[in-house]
Write a protein that binds this ligand. Structure first.
Ligand code: NAG
Ligand code: NAG
Length: 498
């Protein structure tokens, strides 16, 4: 079957008119959009831990991850940075190449290293859920909060003795993500410590006259002489304001050293705003979500230090092309021979009117991704085709099956004489790759109601070409195939391999 150039062009124009190739994250998203340059300044140079997603806008698993990733970004606001790089963008390809990105989405946790600008990069292979991501990132937030007790107090106060100090007196042994982020914010400017309320800290508490917990004490001169007790809420913004009387927090991202265009500095201040905008709301949640999972110490030395990813614009990288669009059946004869004959097996048909709605066009993209995925796994599944209104068979199907509405996706089996549809009309329906896969799986499993094909839709005389179509596996085999899939699902299906 030859794909009609005319239809391909029409469909490509239609798809091109949609914002399908725009990045997944809009301007208002809590996820920072990164490229090679901004990565270096916002992520690599930061004292904060970050997570960066390398994605392609056409990748189904990337789209599936988007809501969870944005949710994670909201939860991590003010505690860690959450960014994304569109590797489909021509100018980003070398950058994605330096990270050895092999498939989409690829998630990497980037932790500040010993030297500024040389962060430690690790793959994140945990669950693609907001909680999984938040937990993993929180665990990697550097812990610059020192523990002090009676034995170590003197040493703590003597260390960089003219640097301001802040001590949190608390009942808790663990360091919260909030305190870690405060210590990062004031790294090099204020030494932050935590003092637990046990016998071992009794003298220290007496020295500072601490009776209630938690109490945050600021020693602006760095020595015990003049302490100021914080009486506000344990939230990031007011604490930063309070501590700022002793020393200014670090500017993150650091101000540009040389010739930064106005545009760039605008971008950066926006990035800073975005990072901090929700930090106050975050701080209140911090105790219950991120803070609850914060671990005592961040393990050091478990990953190798990555070189500064130098953006080599010349170096070509092989990144995947978007999946090929599913083919169209141009003529009625082709339609009958392939899907509407009395010996043809199951076909999925996307019926598109001359001007399909956006949902219809998106369904084609999802179907294309799905077909691509099955192809790559060398899985022989029923074929997917586009049938546009130019095809005479289009009207005949719509009439015979009494289909109304704009675009439709149906499954049809001429040999067994059944058909079914994903829904009455696609408008406003979920046409994600997942939803369509569920539809396909239901057909494979024989779940859900099938409808009898009305007489007359399938021509009585078998067409010559009908014999050329794939045989549908028997029902028992179908079930087995599906079960194999389920097993595989845990590994293969979470990643769009190249
Ligand atoms: C502070 O430290 C410096 C050297 O690091 C030392 O010379 C000075 O005596 C110290 N001051 C106090 C009050 O301990
Ligand atoms: C990181 O911390 C250092 C102190 O160790 C500080 O001088 C620098 O400004 C911080 N960088 C950023 C980007 O906040």
């Amino acid at each position: 079957m030859v794909q009609s150039t005319a239809i391909a062009v029409a469909a490509a124009a239609l798809l091109g008119a949609l914002p399908v190739n725009a990045g997944l994250y809009s301007k208002g998203s809590p996820v920072l959009q990164l490229d090679g340059k901004s990565y270096d300044r916002l992520i690599a140079q930061s004292n904060y831990t970050s997570i960066v997603e390398f994605y392609a806008p056409w990748c189904g698993h990337c789209k599936n991850l988007q809501p969870a990733y944005e949710k994670a970004a909201k939860s991590l606001a003010g505690l860690a940075k959450v960014g994304a790089v569109d590797c489909d963008e021509e100018t980003n390809k070398p950058f994605c190449g330096t990270f050895g990105v092999q498939g989409f989405p690829t998630l990497k946790i980037i932790k500040p290293g010993k030297k500024p600008g040389k962060p430690i990069v690790e793959d994140y292979n945990g669950p693609r859920t907001a909680k999984g991501i938040v937990d993993a990132v929180v665990e990697k937030i550097p812990n610059l909060v020192k523990k002090v007790e009676d034995k170590t107090l003197e040493k703590f106060l003597a260390e960089s003795n003219d640097t301001a100090k802040a001590i949190l007196f608390t009942d808790k042994g663990k360091t919260s993500a909030l305190m870690k982020s405060i210590a990062i914010e004031f790294k090099g400017a204020i030494s932050v410590a935590q003092c637990r309320n046990t016998e071992k800290e009794k003298a220290t508490m007496e020295l500072f006259g601490i009776t209630g917990f938690p109490t945050l004490l600021l020693l602006p001169g760095g020595k015990e002489a003049q302490g100021i007790v914080y009486d506000g809420e344990l939230k990031k913004d007011p604490i930063i304001k309070f501590l700022s009387q002793a020393a200014a927090p670090n500017p993150d991202p650091a101000p540009s050293k040389a010739k930064v265009s106005k545009k760039d500095s605008k971008k950066e201040s926006k990035a800073k705003e975005e990072f901090e905008s929700s930090s106050s709301s975050q701080a209140s949640k911090e105790g219950s979500t991120a803070g609850a999972t914060a671990t005592e110490e961040v393990l050091e030395g478990e990953a190798t230090e990555s070189p500064i990813p130098i953006v080599e614009t010349e170096k070509p990288v092989d990144l995947p092309e978007p999946p090929p669009m599913i083919p169209a059946l141009e003529t009625e004869e082709e339609l009958i021979a392939t899907c509407l004959g009395d010996r043809t097996a199951t076909c999925i048909l996307a019926l598109l009117p001359e001007s399909p709605d956006i949902t219809g066009a998106q369904a084609i993209i999802s179907l294309s991704e799905l077909a691509h995925k099955y192809n790559q796994r060398k899985q022989n599944l029923f074929p997917f085709y586009i049938v546009m209104s130019q095809n005479k068979g289009y009207d005949r199907i719509k009439e015979a099956l009494k289909l109304t509405g704009n675009s439709q996706i149906i499954a049809v089996n001429g040999r067994r004489g059944w058909w079914r549809q994903i829904s009455e009309t696609l408008s406003n329906k979920d046409v994600s790759i997942e939803a369509l896969e569920n539809f396909v799986d239901a057909i494979r499993l024989g779940e859900g109601a099938k409808q009898k094909l009305p007489a007359g839709l399938i021509p009585k005389e078998p067409e010559e070409a009908a014999t050329a179509t794939e045989e549908e596996p028997a029902a028992a085999t179908e079930t087995m195939v599906v079960e194999e899939d389920r097993e595989e699902a845990t590994q293969a299906e979470t990643h769009d391999e190249l």
